[in-house]
Structures are given as structure tokens and as C-alpha cells.
Design a protein around this ligand. Structure first.
Ligand code: CU
Length: 332
């Protein structure tokens, strides 16, 4: 979702990892600490990994998992309850739902109750730890990216892996997501049918990535062409926004609260579609939010615009502008 507080991938210092595992194997009877990586991205953030790496692991009762964050996500154990929505409505305003964005619950889990890591703040390294006290098979999710799920099996015996192997498996799965996304980005091309061009916004549930780009190369079209942007991504919401000569509106507007974290107002200007269906290179044109039923206002999955005048036009996604999600349309 909003990735503007994105943390960059923070590689674990090799020395620290070695020290850590040495201490784990020294205390044979003590509980084990396991690492799971949350998300990831390519250096240019064109590919965003929407997965827990590894997706599944098996640990002993009493062990602790530490999730190391490499992207803007949360770790949520729902215990069968419904996912907290991304946004809550207050009058005519939508706010980021604090249940999805801020930590909740104690640091142990027995299969009941709600636990949430909250989201990374700014560029600081972020991690979340939970100790599992009862055998069971526990599914968890990132509630900001529907379908981003993981599984923890907690058993009294029969753990066959060691933490180094699980971390290596996680890194390999993450690398596979990013490689699949990079391949998809390299071959990303709009579909042309006569004077109609379709620009897909791509994500892949199985391979666990989203592309935070519209097209790989500038889109070159003739005047009179209609372009339709369409969401083909299970994870992300986007906007298609032409700001003309004006400034891009912010997606979140923090509102200070006494004695509590700020409320995050979702900018109505970003959410609200403009009514025009043509673009001549002037003025503010916005799709509003696209994709993901259940997101604020149950957004449509596509947006169309007919280009009437030759020129070079830059547009943005207001959700991912900090990840440089911009596109270029060149009208001949
Ligand atoms: Cu976007």
C-alpha cells in the first residue's frame, strides 16, 4: 500500500548472524530463534516482493520467530477473525485504520487473539518477534496486501530444519520473487487494439510480486487514442494521476493527536476521480483509487483517458510516487 515510509532492504551483518547462530547451538536445551524476511524490492523499487520468506516453517513449542522487514507490510495473526480493513470512514473522511498500521497484542501467541507488528516507521530497520506457546498450524497475513500470507507450524517434536537453513530458504524464495518480477517488468508492454491501448498494472499472487511501474518504456500513441489502465494485481492499489503544471497531492495527511500516534487522513483529492474523459495536457486529471474491492470507496479496476493533443505527458501513482511510480505518454 503506501510505501512512502519504505525501509530499504537491510542485509543482516554476516558477523552478527554467525554470532547469533553460535549462541543458539551452544544452548541446546534453550528455545530457538528463527528469522523470516518480510517483503523486499529491487534497487529501483520497480519490483516489490509481497511475500513472507520462507512462506512456511516448522518450529518447536516455545520457539520465537523474528520477522525482519524489508518493505512496507505488517505481520498479523488474526486467529480466524476478519482482517482489519485498510481504512476506516469517519464522516466523509477515510483514515488509515490504526488496527492495520500500529502494533497490537502481547509477544506470545497460543493460537488465539489478535497480534499485529504494525508497519515500519521511516527508514529505520524494523523487526517483530513472537514466541509460540502452543502446538498448531497458524496462518498469518499482511493485511495491507491481500493474499500475502505465511504459515507457522508449531510442534512438540519433529523439527527437521535449523534456523540457518530456513533463512537461506527465505532468501532464495525472496530472490525468486524478485527475479520473476524483473522478468515480468522487462517484458511489460501495453496491449494495442486499433486506437485503444490497454496498460496493465501487473502483480502475481503465485510468484508474490507487484510491479510499481506502468510501462517499461514511454507509451507512444497517436492523438485520439484512448488508453485504459487496468489492475491485474492481487496486492496493490494505484492511481493514474496527471498533475499538469501543479503539484502532486500527498496520499496521506498526518493529523497530530495528543498522546497518540498521528491519525493518517487519506487525502480526498487523491481518492476522488475527476470527471474528465479526455486529456489535452492541461489541468489535474485523476483516476482516484484503482483496484482491490474493499479499499476505500470500493474502487473500480480500470480508468480510461483519450489523448487529444500532441505532447509528452508525465503521470504518477499517488500511492507509490515515493517509489518513483511514474509513466510517460507521448502523443504524436
Ligand atoms: Cu501505485
Amino acid at each position: 500500500m503506501s510505501l512512502r515510509n519504505l525501509i530499504r532492504l537491510v542485509p543482516l551483518a554476516a558477523a552478527a548472524v554467525l554470532t547469533f547462530f553460535a549462541s543458539v547451538s551452544a544452548g541446546a536445551s534453550s528455545a530457538t530463534n528463527w528469522t523470516v524476511i518480510v517483503g523486499g524490492q529491487t534497487p529501483d523499487v520497480s519490483v516489490y516482493a509481497n511475500g513472507f520468506y520462507p512462506r512456511e516453517l516448522t518450529i518447536h513449542t516455545g520457539d520465537t520467530i523474528t520477522w525482519q522487514f524489508a518493505g512496507f507490510h505488517n505481520v498479523s495473526f488474526l486467529s480466524g477473525a476478519a482482517q482489519p480493513l485498510f481504512a476506516t470512514k469517519d464522516g466523509n473522511n477515510y483514515y488509515a485504520n490504526s488496527e492495520a498500521f500500529f502494533p497490537a497484542g502481547v509477544s506470545t501467541y497460543d493460537g488465539t487473539g489478535f497480534r499485529n507488528s504494525g508497519v515500519p516507521q521511516g527508514d529505520k530497520p524494523f523487526s517483530y518477534s513472537l514466541t509460540f506457546t502452543k502446538p498448531g498450524r497458524y496462518e498469518y497475513a499482511c493485511t495491507l496486501h491481500p493474499g500475502m500470507t505465511g504459515v507457522v507450524n508449531v510442534v512438540d517434536g519433529g523439527v527437521t530444519e535449523i534456523p540457518e537453513a530456513v533463512l537461506a530458504r527465505g532468501r532464495a524464495e525472496q530472490a525468486a520473487s524478485l527475479a520473476a518480477g524483473t522478468k515480468a517488468y522487462e517484458s511489460l508492454s501495453p496491449q494495442v487494439t486499433g486506437s485503444h491501448v490497454t496498460v496493465p498494472l501487473v502483480g502475481d499472487r503465485q510468484a508474490r510480486f507487484s510491479l510499481l511501474r506502468f510501462t517499461h518504456d514511454p507509451l507512444v500513441i497517436a492523438a485520439g487514442t484512448t488508453v485504459t489502465w487496468t489492475i491485474q494485481d492481487p496486492f496493490e492499489v494505484h492511481t493514474v494521476t496527471f498533475a499538469g503544471a501543479g503539484k502532486l497531492p500527498e496520499f496521506f495527511i498526518p493529523q497530530a493527536q495528543a498522546g497518540a500516534p498521528p491519525k493518517l487522513l487519506i487525502n480526498a483529492v487523491a481518492l476522488t476521480p475527476t470527471s474528465t474523459t479526455t486529456y489535452d495536457g492541461t489541468g489535474f486529471v485523476n483516476s482516484g483509487l484503482l483496484g482491490l474491492p474493499g479499499a476505500p470507496g470500493n474502487p473500480p479496476s480500470s480508468f480510461s483517458l483519450t489523448f487529444t493533443k500532441p505532447g509528452r505527458y508525465v503521470y504518477w501513482c499517488l500511492v507509490h510516487d515515493h517509489e518513483n511510480q511514474q509513466g510517460v505518454v507521448i502523443v504524436k
